[in-house]
Design a protein around this ligand. Structure first.
Ligand SMILES: [Zn+2]
Length: 245
């Protein structure tokens, strides 16, 4: 008897929770940097990335990824970061974004995706990290004593930002606060990305399918590990994002 009474109640509660998730307002957290400083920082790190990795100049491939990216950018409400989309010649399945908008997709990810909606899903997710400013939020929390002094000391006026930040451990490595996010941040980026993907007319569930596919194959193929190292699965991606709005 008790259980029978409980089930409709639970269903109701779950319904409210799902509705709340759909309406959840996503905003950047506390941050010592300004959005302009995210942009300046991202530009400087982008130069470093583009020295380290081979960027594909093939216009057809670049235009393809850029077109998907711009479709998603159009769905962002309010102030946007100046997003750029580039393809990195690397067989590992990965994509990453720098603060302020530079975004990179590996050729391995494009090859592994089953459809365009999956690529859009990954891009949307990465754009979530940029728009919600997860990188500089984490850097701020980890270095709240040193960063105000560095900003006051004029690092953003003199250039050479990355050198100074790297001394604090705010670099581009896989475990850097700029590149590896908390599960909460992953969850928020999933939701942000799913909304963008939905606005652009793609099926948002494809991102979850792509992550599940990678996870299923991840144990056997080292190419998948990089993606999961920097984007820990918050759990239940399909259930959470089957129908975002
Ligand atoms: Zn992520």
């Amino acid at each position: 008897m008790k259980l029978r009474r409980l089930i409709p109640q639970l269903t109701l509660t779950l319904g409210f929770l799902i509705a709340a998730e759909k309406q959840r307002v996503l905003k950047p957290g506390w941050n010592l940097f300004s959005p302009d400083q995210d942009v300046q920082m991202g530009k400087e790190y982008a130069q470093e990335i583009e020295r380290q990795f081979q960027i594909i100049n093939d216009p057809a491939l670049h235009n393809y990824v850029n077109r998907i990216g711009q479709r998603l950018v159009n769905g962002i409400e309010g102030q946007k970061f100046p997003f750029t989309f580039k393809v990195v010649n690397d067989p590992s399945i990965n994509a990453f974004a720098l603060p302020g908008g530079p975004m990179y997709v590996h050729t391995g990810l494009i090859a592994a995706a089953d459809n365009e909606a999956q690529i859009a899903g990954v891009l949307g997710h990465e754009m979530g990290h940029v728009m919600l400013r997860h990188g500089t939020n984490q850097a701020s929390k980890a270095n709240l004593i040193q960063i105000p002094a560095m900003i006051a000391g004029g690092i953003f006026d003199k250039g050479g930002i990355t050198g100074t930040l790297t001394q604090l451990g705010i670099g581009l490595g896989a475990n850097s606060v700029l590149m590896k996010f908390s599960r909460t941040a992953e969850n928020d980026s999933d939701l942000f990305g799913a909304r963008l993907v939905h606005n652009a007319g793609y099926n948002p569930v494809e991102l979850a399918r792509f992550f599940e596919k990678l996870q299923a194959e991840g144990g056997r193929d080292s190419r998948f590990k990089e993606m999961f190292a920097s984007h820990p699965n918050p759990g239940n991606r399909i259930k959470n994002h089957a129908c975002p709005n």
